[in-house]
Design a protein around this ligand. Structure first.
Ligand code: TRP
Length: 356
């Protein structure tokens, strides 16, 4: 069976380390595994506009930032098609047909939509485009006949909604669309990386993100100011690791090699945690370890970004080529869909015949 990946991000800001452990790192591994026949990585500008209609400039400026983040973490245009959602208009037409297969009450029950409506204070004035974005996301996924969608846990309801649309479409019009599988991070800490302030999620508006493009000194400052255990006042006090962002980050980022290099007196993170819980291990020491780990991971990404930043025309060329490839694929699926729905009138021999 053909194995196809489709995933993407909204270009509303630069990508941060939550994106990295939640999805980007995995994408690069999948890309380099050689197990996938086709890989599509989408910059979801049209989706970003569903709740940024009054600020298209933000979306416009961040397309290239997200592309730079992609290239700097190791997504390789020779292996992965990087493209811009709105440059593939077939996605819009697919969404339009899928809309007939989804009820308003089903969309209202989508937990992600529900939470986002609250977060954006949309309760009384939800834009229709925003409300229906799970349908457009189903179009994104099915257009490429994606079998695998590597995303963060927050996207689970979107995948379920997509699977329902696939079932409904295939039941009504005949087997046409491929049912995708979600691929979640395999490490608990990566599922929902908290902000540096310990709050549930990294978000630009909360100012609690470490960006992939942050310079060395900003990363150091952010790490040294991170939320730990507020009751861990003296080094000798016993500390808590649950809800302690520094330990969550270590779980998400640190490899055994890091510990061996920077704190060889500990055999494992378990040992480090045990010491912290017992008391006698200070926050600064743990934060310094985390800073070294983060710098190790981020410095090659930063260097790669610099290279691409000096050749922005090449970045746009990559997106243009990727969008062309993506459009060809989506056009094929749209043709299949129109045929299944029997609305491909001019190709339909049974329709075009003389009436006696
Ligand atoms: N909703 C995703 C996000 O907020 C972006 C996205 C749009 C996406 N279409 C997609 C992700 C299709 C996976 C598959 O980041």
């Amino acid at each position: 069976m053909t194995k196809i990946i489709l995933t993407g991000d909204r270009p509303t800001g630069r990508l941060h380390v939550g994106h990295y452990v939640g999805s980007l790192r995995r994408r690069v591994e999948l890309q380099n595994s050689g197990e996938y026949d086709e890989i599509y990585i989408m910059i979801a500008d049209a989706q970003a506009l569903t709740d940024n209609a009054d600020n298209p400039e933000k979306v416009r400026q961040n397309i290239v930032e997200v592309a730079l983040d992609y290239l700097s973490v190791g997504l390789d245009p020779a292996k992965s098609n990087l493209f811009i959602q709105s440059m593939v208009p077939e996605l819009t037409e697919l969404s339009f047909y899928y809309m007939n297969l989804v009820t308003v009450s089903r969309l209202q029950r989508n937990p992600t939509v529900k939470a986002e409506i609250q977060m954006r204070n949309f309760e009384t004035s939800i834009p229709v485009g925003f409300f229906t974005y799970p349908i457009s996301q189903a179009a994104d996924i099915t257009a490429f006949k994606a079998t695998t969608v590597p995303v963060g846990e927050d996207q689970m309801p979107m995948l379920e909604q997509c699977q329902e649309i696939v079932h409904k479409f295939n039941a009504v019009y005949g087997e046409t669309l491929i049912e995708p599988k979600i691929l979640l991070p395999d490490n608990e800490a990566c599922m929902r990386l908290p902000g540096t302030d310990g709050k549930a999620k990294m978000s630009k508006s909360l100012g609690n993100c470490i960006y992939l493009s942050d310079d060395e000194e900003s990363v150091r400052q952010k790490v040294m100011n991170m939320f730990t255990d507020p009751d861990h006042l003296r080094v000798s006090d016993p500390g808590k690791v649950e809800g302690n962002a520094v330990f969550t980050y270590l779980r998400a980022f640190a490899k055994p090699e890091h510990l061996a290099e920077y704190l060889p007196e500990y055999q494992s993170l378990d040992e480090l945690e045990a010491h912290y819980k017992r008391g006698g291990l200070g926050d600064v020491k743990v934060k310094k370890l985390l800073n070294s780990v983060m710098q190790d991971i981020l410095s090659p990404i930063r260097a790669e970004r610099k290279k691409w930043e000096n050749d922005i025309p090449a970045v746009y060329e990559i997106l243009k080529k990727g969008s062309e490839v993506a459009e060809r694929k989506a056009a094929q699926t749209l043709a299949d869909v129109r045929k299944a729905m029997k609305i491909d009138y001019f190709n339909d021999k049974s329709l075009i015949k003389d009436r006696m």
